[in-house]
Design a protein around this ligand. Structure first.
Ligand code: SF4
Length: 185
């Protein structure tokens, strides 16, 4: 069932484009009232935002849950990537720009949110992680697409592995950044 998908993924991995492009966003003045309160609070408390790619597939789900776990530890807190990207005048976006660092956990080598966030806060202020190689050691999960192909308990355990690895890396001051190891798993 997944052989054709596998071949296509291998082909795509070979076709890495360096071409930049822009996406136009309408309604740039819109802000979320709750996001304003939380964003200002996070700035005043000096928290480091944690965002994830939140892709709709299994890989994005692991990244999303891992981001929740990392954000529970000091001095981190969960950020709303939607407002950071689409509402530049919001307190949430201001928090991303003012924070000393921002942690981005992407679900795979595509680094979808990391590639955007670099242009919002600057590469030097971003610590970027690819969740997949952290838990996919024996390639067990390389062909999993849908979230419910894996039980909730197993997903929770995988997200915990990712969160623990990231927290340890952040504590050591040697961030794990797999950007230099592109692989579709
Ligand atoms: S980084 Fe991977 S999992 Fe996340 S949105 Fe992009 S393609 Fe999907």
């Amino acid at each position: 069932m997944y052989d054709s998908v596998k071949r296509e993924k291998e082909d795509i991995t070979m076709r890495v484009s360096k071409q930049d492009f822009a996406i136009e966003v309408e309604g740039k003045k819109a802000v979320c009232p709750l996001g304003e309160v939380v964003g200002k609070k996070m700035i005043s408390e000096g928290k480091i935002p944690v965002i994830s790619c939140e892709g709709g597939c299994f890989r994005g789900e692991i990244a999303r849950v891992a981001a929740h776990m990392v954000a529970k530890e000091e001095p981190y807190s969960r950020g709303c990537h939607g407002e950071m990207f689409t509402a530049p005048r919001s307190a949430m976006a201001e928090w991303a720009r003012k924070a000393n660092k921002i942690v981005v956990i992407d679900g795979c080598f595509m680094h979808c949110h990391g590639r955007i966030m670099k242009n919002v806060v600057g590469h030097e202020n971003m610590i970027q992680f690819d969740a997949l190689p952290i838990y996919n050691k024996d390639n067990k999960y390389k062909d999993i697409m849908l979230v419910d192909e894996i039980s909730e308990a197993e997903r929770e355990g995988l997200a915990r592995q990712v969160a623990d690895k990231i927290l340890a890396s952040l504590k050591d001051g040697t961030p794990y950044d797999s950007e230099s190891q592109p692989s579709c798993g």
